[in-house]
Design a protein around this ligand. Structure first.
Ligand SMILES: C[S@@+](CC[C@H](N)C(=O)[O-])C[C@H]1O[C@@H](n2cnc3c(N)ncnc32)[C@H](O)[C@@H]1O
Length: 399
């Protein structure tokens, strides 16, 4: 345990960070002090599409709830931290913070790294699904997910779940408001059947009322006719589709948000490279298969303590998946993106259920991030495809 690190700052940094805060509890009372509350619990909630801090005061018999806006949360938290609690527990997506104030008034601080996904921030999950079931939605009907009565078709249930989860993961970060301009520009790489492309476009424009222009790119030409039919049916003139590879696509605008959902193998790397080059502020990528690094692992002659893992095909494949996405996240961190790797949907809906979610924060070439990346690379003696794509500018940065 560390002693006397300024504990209030550690709590504030975590609670006031919407993209990572999960929950907090303040309890107990310091020696010779009194407190009106037995316990205070904090959690994030989304109300009318905006992040709020919910404060639950417990006096031993009743809960009293208060929801404060993000703007008012700093002051509210300051007031709570001025109360003489003796125990503090804060959970974020990346760590857990335990603080105990000793009898002599010292703060004993313990941090533990963990990996938790953000909680469901809605009071009533069904009512607050971004595009809910049992509520007729013209786009969901046009795309064949829902019927005219607002019921989701049985064979489209997984798609419906994926779309809603994706929209929740976009919205819960409360990062859409970082943009001061409209329209926002979205680039969906490897858009395929474009369920997601249309859904995100629809949700931002028509539910969140954020004017948005969207482009979907895919090498497959055969779906274009179907996309065009939906565009015409919906009367949307601010979404279109381009045929070609992600890497060769030259956007006519700078994308604010880059999406890549289940873009095959190295197409995910192409999407990440495109996002990095075009300085996209937000990236949401759900990788698919990971063959490129798998091949390097198969051909690797490095004798490592992981030999018992690499010997078995299925374990080697899973190790390759994990390493590929770890390298991708590490590269994004080096290039100034605050990056999370989180669960997308539960594995009953798809085995490819991990999301890399990144927000540009400008902290480029952090020495620790570079050191971690080089160490991981040299241990496995591999070169991630994303590094190859990024070329000399990235190599110069990590030298
Ligand atoms: C598994 S599908 C996913 C489609 C869509 N994003 C979704 O989640 O429903 C992958 C798509 O990526 C496209 N694709 C693969 N490699 C690509 C590349 N290098 N450039 C553009 N599209 C690519 C394929 O044609 C396919 O439509």
């Amino acid at each position: 345990m560390a002693v006397n690190e300024r504990f209030e700052t550690l709590i504030q940094e975590r609670v006031l960070e919407p993209s990572g805060f999960v929950s907090a509890t303040f309890s107990g009372v310091r020696r010779h002090q009194t407190l009106q509350w037995q316990k205070i619990t904090l959690r994030p909630v989304m109300l009318k599409g905006a992040w709020h801090l919910q404060i639950i005061y417990f006096d031993g018999r009743h809960d009293i709830r208060e929801n404060v806006t993000q703007e008012a949360a700093e002051k509210a938290l300051q007031d709570l931290l001025a109360m003489p609690f003796s125990h503090y527990f804060v959970r974020t997506t990346e760590d857990e913070l335990h603080i105990r104030i000793t009898k002599k008034g010292k703060a004993l601080i313990k941090k533990q790294r963990t990996s938790t996904s953000l909680p469901n921030m809605n009071h009533d999950r069904r009512k607050h699904l971004p595009l809910p079931d049992h509520v007729h939605d013209p786009y969901l009907q046009a795309s064949g997910i829902m019927n005219a009565q607002g019921q989701v078709l049985a064979n489209k249930r997984s798609k419906f779940v994926q779309i809603n989860k994706f929209l929740q993961l976009v919205e819960e970060m409360a990062e859409l408001k970082r943009f001061e301009h409209t329209p926002l520009h979205i680039l969906d790489c490897g858009c395929g059947s474009a369920y997601l492309t249309f859904a995100v476009h629809h949700y931002l424009n028509h539910k969140l009322q954020i004017p948005t222009v969207t482009v979907g790119v895919d090498i497959s030409e055969k779906l274009l006719q179907r996309h065009q039919a939906i565009v015409e049916q919906m009367g949307w003139d601010n979404i279109h589709f381009e045929i070609g590879t992600i890497i060769e696509y030259e956007p006519t605008f700078q994308p604010d948000i880059v999406l890549a959902l289940h873009a095959c193998d190295t197409a995910t790397d192409e999407a990440l490279a495109k996002a990095i080059w075009s300085k996209s502020q937000l990236i949401f990528s759900v990788p698919c298969c990971h063959h490129h690094l798998q091949e390097q692992l198969e051909n690797s002659v490095v004798i490592s303590p992981f030999e018992p893992v690499l010997r078995h095909n299925i374990l080697r494949e899973r190790m390759g998946d994990i390493l590929t996405d770890s390298f991708r996240a590490a590269i994004l961190r080096i290039l100034g993106y605050k990056t999370q790797v989180i669960e997308f949907v539960s594995s009953e809906h798809t085995a490819r259920n991990l999301m890399i979610r990144a927000v540009y924060d400008g902290n480029v070439a952090d020495k620790n991030h570079i050191r971690e990346y080089i160490a991981l690379k040299s241990m496995w003696n591999v070169t991630p495809y994303l590094e190859t794509l990024l070329g000399d500018s990235f190599s110069a940065l990590i030298e």
